[in-house]
Ligand binder design. Structure first.
Ligand SMILES: Cc1cc2nc3c(=O)[nH]c(=O)nc-3n(C[C@H](O)[C@H](O)[C@H](O)COP(=O)(O)O)c2cc1C
Length: 306
């Protein structure tokens, strides 16, 4: 997730509750190859990862097959375990580039992009993250279209572009997607995505739909223990939660502080600090911090009063 699963948060997740697979934030291939050296060097930093995060997949977007191929080549050289193409982002600025969700309206280009990525990827798997349709459920045409070019995985956010995130995820469509995949004899894995809030829910969704995996987005906000079978956030003391928040903040400043706004950390503060005594007041104090030492002071002050 853009401005969420950045290199700092991914390290924290890998340490406290590692999932089976991690994805980077989406990165613009146009920015990478057309924006000059400065943009290239900045974007490369979004793709920084450590061994503990493996298997790690790089996600990129562009509407240009040549740059998609170059992006996949680059990610192969960087040692990624897979290359994912974003065909689901509803942001207008991305859609204007005929990338993200807009590709659902351009099925031929979508296939070309997968083939171009495969050329650049060599033996690194290429996958697609998309939605079930643009204005309406188009799974019957959109999925077979993608399966024709044999991506390793299609991850389906179970809503249309029009629905954004406003309606509950339509997991019945994921079940149908698996049926379509099976009826076509395709080897592509189908991952479902949308509204999953616990590990148990993952297993339930897999059982209900027969999908091969579940991607979790917002569930990990403030909860790097999400995928940890042995720990539940509810059972962790506020002190421990706040120590991890501090560790996360420190990593963020070390890895990204010179280029990204400190404000990015504030949505993490809100998500970490909830459901314990004094959480509301603590959140308010944290929202006013503008650097690591401010956060450290506020947290240490809170912990000393526990
Ligand atoms: C802040 C934010 C950033 C996101 N960035 C990306 C992204 O870079 N690439 C992507 O494929 N999806 C992105 N998404 C969409 C999520 O991957 C996911 O499809 C969506 O949030 C629904 O799943 P969830 O209910 O588990 O969060 C983003 C979502 C949010 C809330």
């Amino acid at each position: 997730m853009a401005d969420v699963t950045d290199p700092a948060f991914r390290r924290i997740i890998a340490k406290y509750g590692k999932p089976d697979v991690l994805w980077t934030e989406f990165v613009s291939a146009d920015g990478m190859f057309l924006g000059g050296k400065k943009a290239h060097d900045l974007l490369i930093r979004d793709l920084a990862y450590i061994e503990e995060e493996r298997p790690i997949i790089a996600q990129m977007f562009t509407s240009d097959p040549g740059r998609m191929k170059k992006a996949a080549e680059l990610c192969r050289k960087l040692g990624f375990d897979g290359f994912d193409i974003n065909m689901g982002c509803p942001d207008r600025s991305i859609e204007k580039q005929v990338a993200g969700s807009a590709l659902i309206k351009h099925p031929e280009l979508a296939k070309e992009l997968v083939l171009a990525a495969k050329e650049g990827a060599g033996d690194m798997p290429v996958s697609v993250k998309t939605r079930i349709g643009y204005n309406e459920n188009q799974i019957e045409e959109w999925l077979p279209n993608l399966l024709r070019v044999e991506p390793a995985v299609v991850t389906l956010h179970a809503r249309t572009r029009k629905e954004m995130s406003k309606v509950p995820a339509r997991w019945d469509v994921i079940k149908r997607a698996v049926e379509i995949r099976d009826s076509l004899g395709s080897k592509t894995l189908i991952f479902g995505n949308g509204d999953v809030k616990s590990l148990n829910e993952i297993y339930k969704r897999i059982e209900e739909t027969g999908c091969d995996g579940v991607m979790v987005g917002r569930g990990i906000f403030g909860n790097p223990w999400f995928f940890n079978e042995n720990v539940k956030k509810e059972d962790i003391s506020p002190k421990e939660i706040l120590e991890v928040l501090l560790e996360h903040t420190k990593l963020y400043v070390e890895l990204l502080g010179d280029t990204k706004s400190f404000a990015v950390m504030k949505k993490h503060f809100k998500a970490y600090v909830s459901d314990f005594d004094g959480a509301k007041e603590l959140r308010t104090e944290l929202m006013e911090c503008s650097d690591y030492s401010g956060v450290e002071k506020v947290i240490n002050n809170y912990i000393s009063r526990l």
